[in-house]
Design a protein around this ligand. Structure first.
Ligand code: ADP
Ligand code: G6P
Length: 487
């Protein structure tokens, strides 16, 4: 990373709540930058590696924004957020209102007018930053639920721009979306884009239905037409916006190469030895989030141990839970519940030297994740709702040796593509237990057949194809682009 470069404008601009890097303050007061958490950054980092662009986002700490700086081909443009704005916009409206509402109200969303007001202010700040760095006629790619007002705010200032928005998380059915007191404002915000992309066809359909029900918009196929303006004035020229599914993916070749490297293989061997060379390693890897189904997974594992179907040292379960949104109440409660449950299970079923559940509440470098995936004989991806879930795709890619088995929740975007996984309904604990046992006990040939087909799917539709599909759709929006490799 190098320090401030002279001011210029860019033909391609990304706007996302987070920059790809987060500033960390070490205990001795010195600071370092590290990769930001979550699937959005994992995917976009590989897409943007060789492109010249500006990336507008928050630098991961409260207070004044650092100066823009260059990171390879990327110009990083930090947006400053005060401690109060982080409470109201990020922890509040984004992660206390929208996140639970868009994930099937697994926990109840909280509606606060003050949070909404700050969400608007912060979205306006992101739009202003983008407007400043975008060249005439530039393409702007806005990301995720934190920035849903940015498309219309940007179009107001810069009608010359081509604006796309991609939702990394589910878009809820209108029956849930309609609870949101600011539902019309959010939809109007999104309709400032030329193209809006979603993880699944159902998400795109939910969005179109909401536009019809809430705004009275019309639609023909996947193109929504609406004749208002962002502040609700009538008489503005109608706009047509295309809404379609463009499911995200991973850098399959890059992840495979990483998993193939001698150091990762050696580390995988080391991990297996440190676990006591079990016959079967079960693995879960998630941000510590209530959407991920970690409690349901632990319940199933606890019962399998109690039933005597699995036991250490032959079978051991490793749960990596990345720290996430730790100031939000629901996340704090979840952490206590999970850690209590892990403690109880280990108290009941571990023996000296043989641990039933290894629980790691930490972030790791990508090499360590790749090594862990290689150790996992059965990967448990059991969210109650997830836009996509990149962990599932990383796992099948890391197991290019043909081994392993993927247990995958039906309620993930990934399940639409990864059809030969061991699919499960995580709410059905009995069914989940059976599926886990099947994934452990099926013969090798059956497992290899499933994994082969999963790997092929991820290799064919990787993150670069996703980005090309999105950008092609945006370029020709509101029309449908020529058929992609996928369709
Ligand atoms: P989400 O975006 O909701 O967190 P995804 O599964 O789509 O879920 O993406 C998570 C990303 O974060 C993956 O790239 C995964 O490898 C990475 N990841 C998850 N847990 C950790 C961890 N403990 N340390 C480092 N990276 C992690
Ligand atoms: C999901 C969201 C991203 C978010 C990430 C990490 O992937 O779709 O927008 O960045 O989780 O969450 P955080 O709140 O730490 O940014």
């Amino acid at each position: 990373m190098v320090s401030p470069a002279p001011h210029r404008t860019y033909d391609f601009v990304i706007a996302a709540n987070r920059l790809p890097v987060d500033r960390q303050v070490k205990p001795d007061g010195t600071t370092t930058w590290r990769t930001s958490p979550g699937g959005l950054v994992t995917a976009m980092e590989s897409v943007m590696r060789d492109r010249e662009a500006a990336w507008v986002g928050w630098a991961g700490f409260p207070g004044e924004a650092p100066q823009p700086f260059d990171d390879g081909h990327l110009r990083l443009v930090p947006v400053g957020l005060s401690a109060e704005e982080l409470t109201d916009y990020y922890e509040g409206f984004s992660n206390g209102t929208l996140w639970p509402l868009y994930h099937d109200v697994i926990v109840p969303p909280t509606f606060h007018r003050s949070w909404w007001n700050v969400y608007r202010t912060v979205n306006q700040r992101f739009a202003d930053h983008v407007a400043r760095v975008a060249a005439e006629g530039a393409t702007v790619w806005v990301h995720d639920y934190q920035l849903q007002l940015v498309p219309a705010m940007l179009r107001d200032q810069r009608p010359d721009l081509r604006i796309g928005w991609f939702n990394h998380i589910p878009f809820p059915p209108v029956e849930l979306f309609a609870q949101l007191p600011w539902r019309a404002r959010i939809l109007r915000g999104l309709l400032g884009a030329d193209f809006v992309g979603f993880q699944r066809p159902d998400d795109a359909r939910n969005f179109i239905r909401s536009c019809r029900a809430v705004l009275g918009a019309t639609h023909k196929g996947d193109v929504v037409t609406w004749g208002g303006s962002d502040d609700g004035r009538s008489g503005a020229a109608p706009r047509s916006v295309r809404a379609a599914a463009v499911p995200i993916s991973i850098d399959a070749q890059g992840f495979r190469d990483l998993a193939d490297s001698p150091s990762v293989k050696a580390r995988a061997q080391e991990i297996r030895e440190s676990l006591g060379e079990p016959e079967v390693v079960l693995l879960g890897v998630d941000r510590l989030d209530y959407t991920k189904g970690i409690r349901h997974r632990l319940r199933a594992i606890g019962e399998l141990l109690a039933d005597g179907e699995i036991s250490p040292p032959e079978v051991t379960f490793v749960q990596v839970a990345t720290p996430s949104r730790e100031r939000v109440e629901a996340y704090r409660t979840l952490r206590e519940q999970i850690e209590g449950t892990v403690g109880r299970i280990n108290g009941d079923f571990s023996h000296l030297g043989d641990t039933a559940v290894h629980y790691l509440h930490q972030s790791y470098p990508r090499e360590e994740m790749a090594a862990l995936f290689q150790v996992a004989d059965v990967m448990l991806v059991t969210p109650l709702r997830d836009g996509m879930n990149l962990v599932a795709k990383e796992y099948v890619t890391a197991r290019h040796d043909g081994g392993g088995a993927l247990v995958l929740s039906e309620f993930t975007g990934a399940a639409e593509e990864l059809k030969t996984a061991y699919l499960c309904n995580p709410h059905d604990i009995a069914g989940l237990k059976e599926t886990i046992l099947r994934a452990i006990r099926d013969d090798h040939e059956e497992k290899r057949r499933r994994m082969r087909s999963l790997r092929r799917q991820v290799r064919t539709y990787d993150v670069q194809v996703w980005a090309q599909d999105f950008l092609r759709a945006l370029e020709v929006a509101p029309h449908r682009p020529p058929r992609s490799r996928r369709s």
